[in-house]
Ligand binder design. Structure first.
Ligand SMILES: Cc1cc2nc3c(=O)[nH]c(=O)nc-3n(C[C@H](O)[C@H](O)[C@H](O)COP(=O)(O)OP(=O)(O)OC[C@H]3O[C@@H](n4cnc5c(N)ncnc54)[C@H](O)[C@@H]3O)c2cc1C
Length: 508
């Protein structure tokens, strides 16, 4: 499929809500509001929607730029937020169930597969660590307690008192359960049941692989969600690639009367009498709205889009607690299909040394989406996307030739490491494109190419994570800089919450 062509800018200058950015957080906010009858305009600086859940095409391959392990496409409960977001605007997406969430390749030749089937996963994990079989079950069972509470209530804005009162009276036990876990981190619960440091390291990588921090810094609410939903709604890959999610949301947005413009970079949020009232594009056009939503990161929003305004005290406190996570070095590979046997899992995580798990290039993430959807590559080939944490500082101040040489050198080091899990990889290579933190910064429009905020010390669970309203009246944030954090289903939650809060504020 070709990239969508850029649109004409709208003639109308006044909207109910303007959303800056078409990541999944922004699009869920926009579609939810459009479905409620609001006049919505989405302004996206790139040529297609999706942000970190976008895609690009090269030599017959369609690569996901980032996300490819997708939660939220279940068909029951309340936590299947991607299914619900699409449904709200009358669109849907075919998905392919993934039987294994992750195949771990860990130090001391320990390998573990996280099967969709919970009992099969616990059986395999218990076989690897028999002395902790019971503790592991107790830990993961407690994660289910969190998930069952979440999955029993409608997930909307925690900033809306009438909603909170309603869900509390509908389901007091679930709400009290969640309140109990809000200030708790996963490491605290893991240590209640598990003693062996190596098994606690396993819980660390289970958290790190999506929160990019170890269990002691990972909120229990998020852990409960991830560690249970993978066995409940499951991991499901969208047919046609992850980019389809944003494209379908845009289709639904337009069906519901909303508008989106590409190549429309917002340079400034207009503030009058202390209130956000509109935006100015880099090309000079101004649009005004009752409510402005920023799907850019908090750093981009407050440091760049709000110009020289002093940082509000609430944001200063937030920055005291959270820092930018690293970005990634990404290898987008095309390989001969004969490299991989049919029973290879789609997602792999490789840690060779526990001491290096959090270091730059320490943990290798691998996704092979063509095992689920072969149409993403030319016949006879697979896609392998491997990425590993990398900081922007390591890529600054390089001449163009130094930059290319560094990309090349690191890429081949990673290919060598991948060879251990996929022998013959080097010989089977057909295509390689390397993305760096600079690519993430440029194409995803994220300061330093960061994956999002991470706690810079041990915090009380999710409590300090901000909701959607900001200190600037009329301005809201949505996406992974807001509660509950990174991941497509998480930012969809943030989008539902943001739209709910705005709908109440607009009296819709
Ligand atoms: C390598 C990688 C792998 C990942 N793997 C997974 C995974 O397997 N599963 C998972 O669930 N999640 C994964 N994630 C995380 C997930 O992709 C993100 O948390 C999520 O997509 C962030 O969504 P968002 O709504 O916050 O916005 P973003 O995706 O950041 O989108 C923001 C949008 O706003 C636009 N924008 C920004 N500033 C402006 C401006 N001034 N004017 C106009 N437009 C602007 C940007 O161009 C962008 O399109 C991964 C991320 C990466 C980078």
């Amino acid at each position: 499929m070709a990239a969508l062509s850029p649109r004409q800018l709208p003639q109308t200058r006044q909207f109910d809500t303007i959303v800056i950015g078409s990541g999944i957080g922004g699009l869920v906010t926009a579609t939810q509001l459009a479905a409620k009858g609001a006049r919505v305009l989405v302004l996206e600086s790139y040529v297609i929607p999706g942000g970190s859940s976008g895609y690009f095409e090269r030599s017959g391959y369609r690569f996901d730029v980032g996300a490819s392990m997708i939660f939220g496409f279940g068909d029951r409960g309340t936590t299947n937020l991607l299914t619900r977001a699409l449904d709200a605007v009358g669109v849907s997406l075919e998905t392919i169930p993934d039987p294994v969430q992750i195949h771990y390749h860990l130090p001391d030749d320990v390998t573990v597969q996280v099967h969709r089937d919970y009992e099969k996963f616990l059986q395999e994990l218990g076989d690897r660590f028999p002395h902790e079989r019971q503790g592991l079950r107790q830990f993961y069972d407690e994660c289910w307690n969190v998930f069952n509470c979440l999955n029993a209530i409608e997930l909307l804005s925690l900033e809306e008192l009438r909603y909170l009162t309603r869900v509390f009276f509908q389901n007091p036990r679930a709400c009290l359960g969640l309140v109990k876990y809000l200030p708790v981190n996963a490491g605290q619960i893991a240590r209640k049941y598990i003693r062996d440091p190596q098994v606690l390291k396993f819980i660390d990588i289970e958290c790190y692989c999506w929160s990019v921090v170890p269990a002691d810094l990972t909120p229990m609410i998020n852990a409960g969600m991830v560690f249970s939903d993978r066995h409940y709604g499951g991991i499901n890959y969208p047919k046609g690639g992850v980019g389809q999610i944003a494209q379908k949301l845009v289709e639904g947005l337009e069906n519901a009367g909303g508008e989106i413009c590409y190549q429309a970079r917002v340079a400034k949020i207009l503030v009058e009498n202390g209130r956000a009232v509109g935006v100015r594009l880099a090309t000079g056009e101004e649009y005004r709205a009752e409510r402005i939503v920023s799907n850019a990161t908090r750093w981009d929003t407050f440091d760049t889009l709000l110009g020289d305004r002093p940082l509000p005290a609430k944001e200063r406190r937030w920055r005291d607690r959270y820092q930018k996570s690293p970005s990634f070095l990404s290898l987008h590979l095309g390989v001969e299909a004969s490299l991989l046997s049919a029973d290879t899992a789609c997602h792999h995580i490789i840690v060779e040394n526990w001491q290096e798990m959090e270091d730059p290039y320490g943990t290798l993430f691998v996704s092979i989406p063509t095992l689920l959807d072969p149409d993403l590559a030319p016949e006879g080939y697979h896609i392998i996307h491997s990425f590993t944490p990398s900081w922007i500082e390591q890529w600054e101040d390089l001449s163009p030739s130094e930059y290319e040489a560094k990309k090349e050198e690191l890429a081949w080091e990673i290919v060598d490491r991948l060879e251990r899990v996929f022998p013959g990889l080097d010989a089977a290579l057909d295509f390689m494109e390397v993305g760096t933190p600079r690519s993430h910064r440029r194409f995803l429009n994220r300061v330093d190419g960061t994956y999002g905020p991470i706690p810079n010390r041990k915090l009380p669970g999710l409590l300090p994570m901000p909701f959607n309203r900001t200190s600037v009246p009329g301005l809201y944030c949505v996406g992974d800089s807001t509660f509950p954090g990174q991941g497509l289903n998480a930012v969809a939650f943030s989008g539902f919450a943001c739209a709910h809060r705005i709908a109440v504020d607009l009296g819709l």
